[in-house]
Design a protein. Structure first.
Lengths: 445, 310
């Protein structure tokens, strides 16, 4: 244990002393922040103007959407029922890009349906959602004379707009939260692979410069491997903590200076809200100045930091142990340092496979394969993050613990296998790695 | 001190050690000799518990060797590496701590050894900035820092210039005087003659000879005697007649020589001296033992011939 700690400390100091560590610590968050900035400032290539027809047969919205004008979206109202087929085919509806169905239920369940002809970009979807949501708030506030906490919560409850293609209504809507989960998963894998490759290269290097023989005269191969994985893992955690801190500071800066959060319902005085709601001119001034803030929506409302951070760290740690052991074993079985390079390609395939599993789960969350990927240790760190952000169905929350348990057991098993390969392979030099060697090393106690 | 019994080890189908048994006594310098690929390094790795033997046992101070005993062993492998990015100070500290020393002890001993080897000025240098010889010194210090009772050195002189070879030799002689046991694996036969008490010769995974250096030399003696004398070389040659053969000679001065003579027929050293007395002025005469180099070559050749005959 003491020896493993000494080795871990040496590894840790070496990693954090490396120039690449400092570079990645600063460059990584800068890239992430840059991407976030670009994501919210560049709208993409999709249509910049939309004609939306609101089918509101109960005239709930009173044929108006928001005071003030939004040049990007024109709303028209139809106080009747329009089926998707009618909207898709009828000539008179062709000038509209999307049909939004609204009925009385929306005030309680906060769910609305949008059928589009061409899928709008995320900006446009969010804009429509925001405007409808504000209009519903207005209606709700007017309905409640004296507001109760429960009512206020009803108002605060976010609206879910299910976007579907009018020509293919069963196609699932884009899932913003799921994408946020995939982002978490990608982050886990980026770190696991970055530091996993560091383990692989480190072990191969120790073999090629023969320091390993000096070390093995004092420590057992298992202690050496565990120390290496732990030391590099600590460095990964430290770098990750820096990333979090820098990204959080960057996001805060963006919120305060670039994507200014004008309307924050959480900060509003309830009584003032009721009084002000009767004053139309106040409302107009508020709504007119407000523009939908995608940034706040995604980062502050969808990411669910409180829910996810704990699981993120757990899956990150156990996933790192699992993959770290695999990388250490591969490093130990190589015949030379350059041998390690030949494993890079299959490992990248493995990485792509795990990321694809995350994407697949995002697209087909109910499929059997998604269930499999959720428990399969090679893919679970990504897939669980996607599922977690999408939300587990009631009573299915145990699945996340089951997946974590399977990953943990797999990590222990992988450490056992890796220790065996490590012990038998670490002093083999200059050979070509063959599968039969690996099996032989695995069988040897 | 160290009892190695019936050790066998194979890698895939290649036999690296076949039933090798050796005993190393406390306080001796024990030579581990053999051509490249004979199995010496494998044996050293088995002793250090880096690899496990297929069969056989290693006893240290009478008990089966354990991981804890490794702290009493200093090991300098043949293909030794260092962490190139670390400073000399940090590297030595790291290896010293791995060998069970406290930080304070490492620093005290480091001061002593760095002074002794004149490497104090390099403390802050990174290993990659050192010359090969400098790095070798650091490696040697790392191997002896924890004052092991058994020191295993695999080709300790390779890479050193003659001055540093002498320095290392002197260190080994002093350690031996201090009661340390040393196993020395080397191809440098001159140093084996100079500092080893006993040696074993391993060839093609088997032990083919073991004994004190003089025993090994005596077993291979060639019936060669040397005579240092003053007088005429012609008189010396005439005196030998037909029962002896001159093998070699060195001229020490105008009328002083050392001549090596081989016995013919049943003639003995006494017969040689009898024919020479009165002809020349004998200063000294002695039996010439083969060098360890000759013993090494002779033994390995013999072994190969036996194998070929089979």
């Amino acid at each position: 244990m003491k020896n493993s700690l000494l080795i871990a400390l040496r590894e840790f100091k070496e990693r954090i002393g490396a120039r690449s560590f400092v570079l990645m610590t600063l460059l990584g968050p800068a890239i992430v922040l840059g991407l976030i900035y670009l994501m919210f400032t560049l709208g993409g290539n999709s249509k910049q103007h939309w004609n939306v027809l609101i089918a509101d047969h109960g005239n709930l919205l009173n044929s108006k959407i928001m005071p003030g004008t939004d040049k990007a979206v024109d709303y028209s109202f139809y106080n009747g029922v329009i089926t998707e087929v009618e909207f898709a085919d009828a000539k008179k509806f062709q000038k509209y890009d999307a049909l939004l169905e609204i009925n009385e239920k929306v005030l309680t369940n906060k769910v609305g349906f949008v059928f589009f002809r061409e899928e709008p970009d995320i900006r446009m979807q969010s804009k429509v959602k925001f405007q409808i949501e504000r209009r519903l708030e207005e209606i709700l506030i007017n309905r409640f004379g004296k507001i109760e906490l429960a009512d206020y919560r009803k108002i605060k409850q976010p609206l879910t707009l299910a976007f579907s293609n009018v020509y293919d209504p069963n196609d699932e809507a884009s899932d913003l939260a799921g994408w946020a989960g995939l982002f978490y998963g990608v982050l886990i894998f980026v770190f696991i692979f970055l530091f996993g490759m560091t383990i692989l290269r480190g072990v191969a290097k120790e073999k090629s410069n023969r320091i390993v023989e000096v070390l093995l005269a004092s420590v057992s191969p298992r202690q050496l491997m565990l120390g290496k994985i732990a030391g590099i893992g600590f460095a990964a955690f430290l770098q990750f903590a820096f990333w979090i801190a820098i990204i959080a500071a960057g996001l805060y800066f963006m919120r305060e200076n670039i994507f200014i959060d004008i309307f924050d319902a959480g900060q509003m005085n309830l009584e003032q809200l009721v009084i002000d709601s009767s004053d139309l001119s106040y409302q107009e001034s508020q709504f007119a100045s407000r523009e939908y803030n995608h940034f706040i929506e995604l980062i502050y409302e969808r990411m669910q930091f409180a829910n996810t951070t704990g699981f993120f760290l757990l899956f990150f740690s156990v996933g790192y142990l699992f993959y770290g052991a695999l990388f250490a074993a591969i490093g130990a079985t190589t015949g030379s340092e350059s041998d390690g390079q030949q494993f890079v390609l299959p490992l990248i395939f493995l990485l792509c496979f795990a990321l694809y599993a995350g994407y697949y789960t995002l697209s087909y969350p109910e499929s059997v394969m998604a269930d499999f990927f959720h428990y399969f240790p090679f893919t679970s760190p990504v897939v669980v993050m996607v599922t977690l952000l999408q939300g587990y169905a009631e009573g299915e929350g145990y699945q996340i613990y089951l997946s974590l348990f399977i990953l943990f057991v797999s990590a222990i098993a992988m450490l056992g296998i890796a220790a065996r390969l490590y012990r038998n392979g670490i002093l083999q030099f200059g050979h070509r790695v063959r599968l039969r060697h690996l099996f032989k090393w695995l069988r040897k106690s | 001190m160290l009892e190695i019994k019936n050790i066998s080890k194979s890698f895939y189908k290649k036999e690296a050690l076949a039933d090798v048994s050796i005993t190393v006594r406390k306080g001796e310098v024990f030579g581990l000799l053999g051509p490249n690929g004979a199995g010496k390094t494998t044996l050293i790795r088995v002793i250090n518990q880096i690899i496990a033997p297929d069969s056989g046992s290693v006893r240290f101070n009478g008990d089966l060797m354990t991981q804890g005993d490794l702290l009493k062993i200093g090991y300098l492998p043949e293909e030794r590496g260092l962490y190139k990015g670390m400073t000399v100070h940090n590297h030595t500290l790291f290896l010293g701590r791995l060998r069970g020393l406290s930080k304070k002890d490492v620093l005290t001993k480091m001061d002593y050894w760095f002074d002794r080897f004149g490497i104090n000025d390099w403390r802050k240098k990174r290993i990659e900035e050192l010359s090969k010889g400098m790095a070798q010194k650091v490696q040697f210090v790392c191997a002896v820092l924890h004052e092991p009772s058994l020191l295993i050195l695999d080709e300790p002189f390779s890479g050193f210039d003659p001055i540093n070879v002498e320095l290392i030799k002197q260190e080994l002689i002093e350690m031996k005087a201090a009661g340390k046991t040393i196993i020395l694996s080397t191809h440098n036969m001159k140093s084996v003659e100079e500092i080893c008490d006993r040696a074993v010769l391993i060839h093609e995974s088997k032990k083919i000879a073991e004994g004190t250096i003089s025993e090994l030399q005596s077993e291979r003696k060639l019936g060669l005697y040397a005579v240092r004398f003053k007088g005429s070389m012609i008189a010396f040659v005439n005196a030998l007649w037909t029962g002896f053969e001159i093998d070699d000679k060195d001229i020490l001065g105008d009328d002083r020589f050392v001549v090596r003579v081989k016995m013919r027929r049943d003639n003995s050293f006494q017969d040689l001296l009898k024919v020479l007395v009165g002809q020349i002025e004998i200063e000294a005469a002695w039996e010439v033992l083969p060098s360890m180099q000759d013993v090494f070559i002779a033994l390995t050749k013999e072994k190969e011939e036996v194998v070929n005959e089979k």
